[in-house]
Every structure is written in structure tokens, then in C-alpha cells.
Design a protein around this ligand. Structure first.
Ligand SMILES: O=C(CO)[C@H](O)[C@H](O)COP(=O)(O)O
Length: 221
């Protein structure tokens, strides 16, 4: 019987085939991304280095002796590998459970291919059961929260958490996200919002889904 960690390890291993020789790899954040980093370490001599989407991932990569570069140094990337909190068959994702959404969106946006790693429980028909994380400039906390209530959500401050960029996270509960592309843009237009956790405009290209029957590869056809 496979547990969740076994599924994460399996998708992380499967992702290695998407890493071209001699490239700089974009690396996500979270427990699934950590398994990927550990697999990447086994082929570290075949890559030039990595761009990390968080301080935590940078530290783990460096701990394995993988060179971490800034995105400015690296330029455009061939591939970005990361987990998600929810994903649909359209490859729209809800991310940011680990609070790294802004850097994740930046690195993903600079990458030609986004490989998303999830276990089967994260494949959903409609995004929004998992609270939607929003990174907010601290002085805008109340005004952003009021506008989120007006959109039908219940905003909750992530207590005691500061992002790598020095901002706060507001988790929005109770949103049934029927049109993620539209909502992603709408949220980005609220003054004080740095990034929201909808990855619909930059959706995944490939989903490696960990199931009890093995890793399934899905794309939008
Ligand atoms: O978006 C993220 C971090 O900001 C993660 O990719 C997401 O939270 C999934 O994490 P995990 O692999 O630990 O389930």
C-alpha cells in the first residue's frame, strides 16, 4: 500500500525525464518539490544549476551541492517543476500553501514548460476547496480583506507567517472558482495584492499524477 510520501517520491522521480541535459532547472517549493530536489541531486552533474522559488528550496538545493542562481543570472528557463494544492483537467492550479506563490509565479512565468507534480487527491473539478492564498503588502491588509469579502470570500490572515518578500498571506476560504482565468486577473487588480495563488494564465503543461496504479501523465490536448 503506497502512502502519500511514496506517491510524491514517484512523481518526483518521473519528473527527472523532463530535465534536459546541461540546463538550469526552475525548482518549486513544498514537500513534493523537496522530493524532486532530492532526485535532482542524483543527476546534479548533468545540469548547470537551479533557480529556486523560495529560500527553503535554495537551502535544500545547496545542501545537495547544486548551484543556485538568481533568475536574472539564469535568464529564460527550459523547465519549471513544482507541486500544487489543487489542479483541474484544464491544468489550472491553486498554489501557495507554502506561501511561496509570488516567486513560484515569477519562475514559472520565465520557464518554457511547467511540470506539475501531485498526488491523485489534488485533482479536482472546481478549484477552491483549498483556501486561496494571496500575498499582500502589510499596510493593505484590511482594505484587501474587505474587497475579498465583497467577492464572496472569507479572508483569514495566516498568523505568524511572513513571505520571503516580507509580506503577509491572506488565505481566502469559501470561494467556488468557476472562472480561474478571470478571477486571477481580478484579484491582481486589487491595490496591495502582490500575487494570488491562481495559476490559470500560466497553467501547467504536464501533470504527473501519483496514483495507486502508478504515475499518470496528463496534458491539455
Ligand atoms: O504552492 C506551493 C508552495 O507555495 C506548493 O507547491 C503547494 O503548497 C503544494 O505543497 P506540497 O507539495 O507540500 O503538498
Amino acid at each position: 500500500m503506497m502512502n502519500q510520501d511514496d506517491l510524491k517520491r514517484a512523481v518526483a522521480l518521473a519528473a527527472i525525464q523532463y530535465v534536459p541535459a546541461d540546463c538550469i532547472v526552475g525548482v518549486g517549493t513544498g514537500s513534493t518539490a523537496n522530493f524532486f530536489i532530492d532526485e535532482l541531486a542524483k543527476i546534479k552533474n548533468k545540469i548547470r544549476g537551479a533557480v529556486a522559488s523560495s529560500e527553503a528550496s535554495a537551502k535544500r538545493l545547496q545542501g545537495h551541492g547544486i548551484e543556485v542562481m538568481s533568475l536574472n543570472e539564469a535568464g529564460a528557463l527550459e523547465v519549471y517543476v513544482d507541486g500544487a494544492d489543487e489542479i483541474t483537467r484544464h491544468m489550472h492550479m491553486l498554489k501557495g500553501g507554502g506561501g511561496a506563490l509570488t516567486r513560484e509565479k515569477i519562475v514559472a512565468g520565465a520557464s518554457r514548460k511547467f511540470i506539475c507534480l501531485c498526488d491523485a487527491s489534488k485533482l479536482v473539478d472546481v478549484l477552491g476547496k483549498f483556501p486561496l492564498p494571496i500575498e499582500v503588502i502589510p499596510m493593505a491588509r484590511s482594505s484587501v480583506a474587505r474587497q475579498l469579502v465583497a467577492l464572496g470570500g472569507q479572508p483569514m490572515l495566516r498568523e505568524g507567517f511572513t513571505t520571503d518578500n516580507g509580506n503577509i498571506i491572506i488565505d481566502v476560504h469559501g470561494l467556488k472558482i468557476m472562472n480561474p482565468v478571470e478571477l486571477e486577473s481580478e484579484l491582481d487588480h486589487i491595490a496591495g495584492v502582490v500575487t494570488n495563488g491562481l495559476f490559470a494564465r500560466r497553467a501547467a503543461d504536464v501533470l504527473l499524477l501519483g496514483t495507486a496504479d502508478g504515475v499518470k501523465t496528463m496534458t491539455v490536448s
